[in-house]
Design a protein around this ligand. Structure first.
Ligand code: NI
Length: 209
C-alpha cells in the first residue's frame, strides 16, 4: 500500500471512529437532539391525538383546549436525557407565578408504549411533577401523536444485542413543545434549556397573549 493510500485509509477510519464515538458518548440513545425544527414552520407541529393517561382515561387534545400544553416525548427507561428534560420542565413550572402556572398543563408522551403501559407511566410521572400527565397508547396511537409533533423515534440496539431483547434504548428527538390554548404550536425549548429560561419563555408567551 502506498503511503498516500494509507493516509487516506487512516483518515477515513478516524472520521468513522469519531462519528461512532460521538453516537456512543453524545447523548446516550438519543438521536438528533440538537437539530432544530424551526425550519419546518409553525403550522406543521402539533395536532390531534388520542392517548391514555396514567389513570387509564382516554385523553385527546380537546381535553386541554383553552390551556397551554407543555409537551415532551420520551420513555421511562431512558437513562439520562428524558429524566433531565422532565426535571427541567418541572422545575421551570415551579418557577412560574401561580396565575401563569395554572394555565399550563405539562404532558409527557411515551414513544415506547411496548414497555410504558399505564402502570409504568403511573409510577414514573409523579417523580417529576404532581401535575404532570403521562400519556401512552397503542403503537398506532403513539405513532400518530409523534407524527403530529414531528417527533422522531426508533428502537436502538447495542452491537450484538438481540433484536427481540427488551433491554433496548430508544433514539428520539428531544424538544419541549409549548402549545397554545388553541392547540397551535407556539415555540419549543431545546435540550439542555435551564428551568429559568423555560419559565421565562413561558411567562413571556402567556403574559403577552
Ligand atoms: Ni430519552
Amino acid at each position: 500500500m502506498q503511503r498516500r493510500t494509507l493516509l487516506v485509509v487512516v483518515a477515513i477510519v478516524l472520521v468513522l471512529g469519531i462519528g461512532f464515538g460521538y453516537r456512543l458518548l453524545g447523548v446516550g440513545g438519543h438521536a438528533p437532539v440538537s437539530s432544530a425544527v424551526t425550519s419546518t414552520g409553525t403550522a406543521s407541529i402539533g395536532g390531534s391525538f388520542e392517548l391514555i393517561d396514567q389513570a387509564g382515561q382516554t385523553r385527546t387534545e380537546q381535553d386541554f383546549a383553552g390551556k397551554y400544553m407543555l409537551v415532551y416525548f420520551g420513555y421511562t427507561f431512558c437513562p439520562d436525557v428524558c429524566p433531565t428534560e422532565l426535571q427541567a420542565m418541572s422545575a421551570g413550572l415551579d418557577l412560574l407565578d401561580a396565575d401563569v402556572a395554572q394555565q399550563v398543563q405539562p404532558i409527557f408522551i411515551t414513544v415506547d408504549p411496548e414497555r410504558d403501559d399505564v402502570e409504568a407511566m403511573a409510577s414514573y410521572v409523579p417523580h417529576f411533577h404532581d401535575r404532570l400527565i403521562g400519556l401512552t397508547g397503542t403503537e398506532a396511537q403513539t405513532t400518530a401523536a409523534a407524527k403530529a409533533y414531528r417527533v422522531y423515534y426508533a428502537k436502538a440496539f447495542d452491537e450484538g444485542q438481540a433484536e427481540d431483547s427488551d433491554a433496548y434504548l430508544m433514539d428520539h428527538s428531544s424538544f419541549i413543545y409549548l402549545m397554545g390554548p388553541d392547540g397551535q404550536y407556539v415555540r419549543h425549548f431545546n435540550y439542555g434549556e435551564t428551568p429559568e429560561n423555560i419559565a421565562a419563555g413561558i411567562t413571556k408567551v402567556v403574559e403577552n397573549s
